[in-house]
Design a protein. Structure first.
Lengths: 110, 112
């Protein structure tokens, strides 16, 4: 069974400080991992995916297969980064089963 | 947003009444999902569909049923609503090739 764990329900940092949102997964195959974000009163939207290895809004995430982690990082947090962040895994088979972590509410303080 | 809309957006109902939430997509995505979002639990999968008349249970399917009679619409039904089903419900569809989910705006259901 696949599983995604986000150990921090709440995370607060000051503006300009580095931020890291943790995500660990368990999956027997080759995972596809994503970070989704939900800003206040908005729908969830994709932030980034591991296969594209891109940086979106200053965020990056590296897949570490040895540690089965996909932590989200940003060197200098901004107040507009305050949101709920979800890590998600999709199975690579034809069934395309999706599993989300329980989410981390990030608050960036002024 | 992959043209995905939910209705109703808000609903208040009483315990024991049936409720149906509708998810409509303008894309032709095969996979569609219903999630509920609750504080402390994040997003939990209720049911999903991998094609017309093809559906399967998620992790919190008890008390819910779904139907997919055409590609565009995925209906979630609470046969007899309970207070524990008070939640925000999100529908999503999946671009199978990129793995990206596109979400609706959510339906806030309150069961009194």
């Amino acid at each position: 069974a696949q599983r995604v764990t986000q150990p921090e329900k709440l995370l607060s940092v000051f503006k300009g400080a580095p931020v890291e949102l943790k995500c660990n997964y368990s999956y027997s195959g080759s995972p596809e991992l994503f970070w989704y974000v939900q800003y206040s009163r908005q729908r969830l939207q994709l932030l980034l995916r591991h296969i594209s290895r891109e940086s979106i809004k200053g965020f990056t995430a590296d897949l570490n297969k040895g540690e089965t982690s996909f932590h989200l990082k940003k060197p200098f947090a901004q107040e507009e980064d305050s949101a709920m962040y979800y890590c998600a895994l999709i199975s690579s088979g034809s069934a395309r089963q999706l599993t989300f972590g329980s989410g981390t509410q990030l608050t960036v303080l002024p | 947003d992959a043209g995905i809309t939910q209705s109703p957006r808000h609903k208040v109902t009483e315990t024991g009444t049936p409720v149906t939430l509708r998810c409509h997509q303008t894309e032709n995505h095969r996979y569609m999902y219903w999630y509920r979002q609750d504080p402390g639990h994040g997003l939990r999968l209720i049911h999903y569909s991998y094609g017309v008349k093809d559906t399967d249970k998620g992790e919190v399917s008890d008390g819910y049923s779904v139907s997919r009679s055409k590609t565009e619409d995925f209906l979630l039904t609470l046969e007899s609503a309970t207070s524990s089903q008070t939640s925000v419900y999100f529908c999503a569809n999946l671009d199978r090739y990129t793995g990206e989910l596109f979400f609706g705006e959510g339906s806030r259901l309150t069961v009194l």
